[in-house]
Structures are given as structure tokens and as C-alpha cells.
Ligand binder design. Structure first.
Ligand code: PGA
Length: 253
């Protein structure tokens, strides 16, 4: 019922030629391996969005951005608006990625404004949530993820919520080679779905896609995708190698 969704977050990597080549390679892997059975997106740095869009245009691969600013336009030096992202062909945008939360120090309130602005402007936001290692050790995972989701979705009604994808990414698993065990991932994903049922309703909770992220690799993708409440993958490091990303896409079908 929920179509699998695999997105590759390139973070601050690639250059003008490698970004386009990677996009071309992802398009060919995707059409060869998965056809239309999975939604695939690539999420390059801002400056390569347009050239990557030209490379994926007319394919089933969509384009996403790593962040946005919530204001429409004006004196916000260094920021990028929803309209600008739409203008260069973006469909998706990450909101509240853990590196934005913990390195750049974005808070829940700002992330909520970004989510609201994305939906109002016609982008599909991917709300990223996840606990730090010390929070998991202190058994605060449910509390942290619940707070991030409730705050992130503040003011978003059921109709608007249909634009949202959620990504659970335990911070301790991002870029570390550590992955949540299937039990750990399923437990949090089920908790998130239950939370959504409480915030909206059971039908909406059944429809929302909840992705997992954190050291996803070709050799753990199938096991994760087999989990009942896990609908897709947000891939960092492994999305920079077309062959690995292709294997992850193939494992998600
Ligand atoms: P990783 O990154 O796959 O390199 O751990 C995931 C992410 O940050 O989305």
C-alpha cells in the first residue's frame, strides 16, 4: 500500500561534473533495477540542483534539496526560498536533518516554520527526527522523537500532512557505520506510526511513509526494508556511489 521511497542525501559532497555524472548513473540504475516500483530522489547541494535536475528530468528520479528558509524573499543573506527550489525543479526538501539540528543548531520551532513553508509553497518535506547516543542510553528515544515530531508538525492539519514524509535517523547511526538493529528500528517506526494515529487518525497513520536513515548500505537495506513499519531509506554515504545506491534501490522493491 505504501510505495517504497529511497532518497540519496549527498550532503556537502560532489562538484559540478561529479554531481551530474552521479545523477546520470542513478537514473540508469533506477530504470534498469526498479522501474516505477519505488520512488527515488537525489538530494544534491544547492549549487548543483539545476544541473542535476537537467540530468534527471524525464526520468523517474526526483530532485530534493537539503534545506530551505521559511521566508518568501527579502533580506536573508545566504538563504534559499521554497520558490527558488521549485524554480530549479525540486519536489522534496529535507527539514530538520540531524546535521542541521546538531551542527547548525536549528531548533524545533525553526524546523516547524520550514515544514509549514515547504508545504504551503508546494514542496514535499521530509521531516527528519532521531535521538543522540546519550539520549538512547538514557532511554529517552521515545520522548525525544515524540517531541521532535509534535513540534515539527505544529499547525499542520491532516490535509497538509499528506505532503509529509518522516525519516527516523538515530544520530548515533549517521555516518558511523553503526545501524539500528531491525528490532530497534521497527520499535521506533511503530511508535511514530502510533503517534501519527493519535495526532491525526488511523487511516492517515497507515498512509504516511516513514523512512529509516543511518549507515544504510547495500548489505543491510533488504533487512531494514522487510520491517513492517519501515517504508524507505534515507541514504547518505552510500548514495555517493551509484552502484551501491542502485543496490539499495533494488533491495527496496
Ligand atoms: P549516512 O547518512 O547514510 O551516511 O549514515 C544518512 C543521513 O544523514 O541521511
Amino acid at each position: 500500500m505504501r510505495k517504497p521511497f529511497v532518497a540519496g542525501n549527498w550532503k556537502m559532497n560532489t562538484d559540478s561534473s561529479t554531481s551530474v555524472q552521479l545523477a546520470i548513473d542513478v537514473v540508469s540504475c533506477t530504470s534498469a533495477l526498479a522501474g516505477d516500483s519505488v520512488d527515488v530522489a537525489v538530494i544534491p547541494p544547492f549549487v548543483y540542483l539545476k544541473s542535476v535536475f537537467d540530468a534527471v528530468n524525464n526520468s523517474s528520479v526526483s530532485l530534493g534539496a537539503q534545506d530551505i528558509y521559511f521566508q518568501e524573499k527579502g533580506a536573508f543573506t545566504g538563504e534559499i526560498s521554497v520558490a527558488m527550489l521549485k524554480d530549479v525543479g525540486c519536489t522534496y526538501v529535507l527539514c530538520g536533518h540531524s546535521e542541521r539540528r546538531h551542527v547548525i543548531k536549528e531548533n524545533d520551532e525553526l524546523i516547524n516554520k520550514k515544514l509549514n513553508a515547504s508545504i504551503s509553497g508546494g514542496l514535499l518535506p521530509i521531516l527528519c527526527v532521531g535521538e543522540l547516543l546519550e539520549e538512547r542510553k538514557a532511554e529517552q528515544t521515545t520522548e525525544i522523537v515524540t517531541r521532535q515530531i509534535k513540534a515539527g508538525l505544529e499547525g499542520i492539519d491532516a490535509e497538509k500532512f499528506s505532503a509529509v514524509t518522516i525519516a527516523y535517523e538515530p544520530v548515533w547511526a549517521i555516518g558511523t557505520g553503526l545501524t539500528a538493529t531491525p528490532d530497534q528500528a521497527q520499535q521506533v517506526h511503530a511508535m511514530i506510526r502510533e503517534l501519527i494515529a493519535g495526532l491525526y487518525d488511523g487511516q492517515i497513520a497507515k498512509q504516511v511513509r516513514i523512512l529509516y536513515g543511518g549507515s544504510v548500505k547495500p548489505d543491510n537495506a533488504a533487512e531494514l526494508m522487510a520491517l513492517e513499519d519501515l517504508d524507505g531509506l534515507l541514504v547518505g554515504g552510500a548514495s555517493l556511489k551509484a552502484q551501491d545506491f542502485g543496490s539499495i534501490i533494488a533491495a527496496s522493491v
